[in-house]
Design a protein around this ligand. Structure first.
Ligand SMILES: Cc1cc2nc3c(=O)[nH]c(=O)nc-3n(C[C@H](O)[C@H](O)[C@H](O)COP(=O)(O)OP(=O)(O)OC[C@H]3O[C@@H](n4cnc5c(N)ncnc54)[C@H](O)[C@@H]3O)c2cc1C
Length: 427
């Protein structure tokens, strides 16, 4: 019998637990330990922040569902990890041992790296559902007295898609409310150009996103470092392509949202020999930690190098499709290990993203994620907005039922294949 513990119950951890339960025999014990007692569908957070979703629509309480599936659930944060003896310490003082550990703890949000950044300072966040709920409260206050808005992604950020999404969703929302004319908007990003996305661009993402921002009267500043967020302004330094500061600006803002840089969560980052300097878990091609091969890792908490050097540091995003393929590889590898075979499964490092723009959207496909690529494609249309809503509904229902189908591999790729085929036919 193996004792397998999954740390984290987000987009990586929860499917991993369901999939392990479905694929391994009853004799193996599976435990999920997570800092919160529910699953939250992070991609819908930007909609929560403008009141288009209620938090309860995008969260799934876990205890009843996991117990029904025969998965033990402990809603406690891990405070210490001792990989030499295979033991976790939890916030309530419990200790938990494991034979195999899957670390899927997502990011620690590095608000502390910039003065005034984050919900405890002067900027809103959409990175967690509680943050998005707070942003919705602030947004309602803003609507009573509209003025300039600054939205962006800080230096060292890797998750640019939600920053673009949020800017374009806010623009749509303000237009619907017929007050967009009272709101000058600026998008501030550490990317070297609009549409870089931490991926060196995907297809014509530069053209598509520049055009979307231009059409919606959103000004932008690239190669930017956020110096400080204040209650009514942000201080930004603009840089040239050599990374030299060329201009310092103070942008007035009555509502500010920035995606911060990410780090590894404390309990994981504290195990230095397992992590890179930012506290992300080092993995080999089979998703195992090289120092502790009984520890696997998936999702935002894994260490992957930036796609390319940029004048202001940016990281590579870890998106749903990639995370799903990491989870599939881990489950298959643990199954092989338990059968006494060598591990053989590798994740596919591809990026597929549906970026919502409020009433429209852009789909990006980068296969593989790091250029040069076999396939790179970006397409804009209202169908992307509708596809994202359909995907949200499907993914949340899957997390409620414990369905283990690999949704990106099975449906999203096929759907995008059909869209491409239609394009080719009409060419
Ligand atoms: C706002 C936003 C929008 C996004 N939109 C998209 C999108 O549209 N499409 C896409 O493909 N990707 C998107 N992403 C990227 C990515 O898919 C998400 O970040 C995703 O949630 C990452 O999954 P994860 O499992 O790695 O981390 P998370 O989903 O963040 O889960 C981490 C889990 O670990 C738990 N945890 C943390 N610390 C501890 C601890 N010490 N002990 C125990 N448990 C712990 C947490 O409670 C949580 O359950 C988005 C990211 C953000 C921030």
């Amino acid at each position: 019998m193996a004792n397998i513990v999954v740390m984290g119950a987000g987009i990586g951890g929860l499917p991993a637990a369901y999939d392990l339960r479905a694929k391994l025999g009853e004799e193996h014990r599976i435990t999920v330990v997570s800092a919160i007692d529910h699953f939250q569908f992070t991609p819908s957070n930007p909609w929560v922040a403008v009141g288009w979703r209620q938090p309860e629509q995008i969260v799934v309480p876990l205890a009843p569902r996991l117990e029904k599936k025969g998965i033990r659930f402990i809603p406690q944060a891990v405070t210490r990890l001792d990989p030499a003896v295979g033991k976790l310490s939890l916030a309530d003082g419990q200790e938990l041992s494991y034979d195999y550990l899957i670390i899927a703890t997502g990011p620690k949000l590095a608000f502390d790296e910039i003065p005034g950044l984050g919900p405890e300072g002067h900027t809103q966040s959409v990175c967690t559902t509680p943050h998005a709920s707070r942003a919705w409260v602030a947004y309602q206050e803003f609507l009573k007295n509209p003025g300039p808005i600054v939205i962006g992604a800080a230096q060292g950020a890797s998750c640019f898609g939600p920053a673009y999404e949020f800017a374009l969703i806010v623009d749509s929302d303000l237009r619907k409310r017929k007050i967009r004319d009272q709101v000058p908007m600026t998008f501030v990003t550490s990317e070297p150009y609009i549409g870089h996305m931490g991926l060196g661009g995907v297809g014509d993402s530069k053209g598509l996103l520049e055009s979307a921002l231009r059409q919606r009267h959103i000004k932008w500043i690239t190669n930017a470092k956020l110096l400080e967020a204040k209650a009514d302004a942000v201080r930004v330094a603009e840089h040239d392509d050599k990374g030299q500061a060329v201009k310092e600006l103070e942008l007035p803002s009555r509502f500010t949202m920035f995606i911060p840089a990410f780090k590894g969560v404390d309990a994981v980052a504290a195990v230095k020999e397992m992590c890179n300097p930012r506290g992300f878990v080092q993995i080999d091609e089979y998703q195992r930690n090289p120092k502790y091969p009984n520890i696997y890792s998936a999702g935002v908490c894994v260490a992957i190098p930036p796609v390319e050097a940029t004048p202001i540091p940016t990281g590579a995003p870890k998106t749903g499709y990639m995370i799903e393929s990491m989870v599939t590889a881990i489950v298959e590898n643990i199954k092989e290990e338990l059968a006494g075979k060598p591990v053989t499964h590798k994740a596919t490092w591809n990026a597929i993203c549906l970026a919502d723009m409020g009433d429209d959207g852009v789909a990006f496909v980068a296969l593989p994620q790091i250029p040069p690529r076999n396939l790179t494609w970006a397409k804009q249309g209202k169908w992307v907005h509708l596809a994202k809503i359909a995907f949200e509904k499907y993914f949340i229902s899957k997390m409620k039922s414990g369905n283990t189908e690999p949704v990106f591999e099975k449906y999203v790729l096929k759907a995008l294949g059909i869209v491409r085929l239609k394009e080719k036919v009409s060419e």
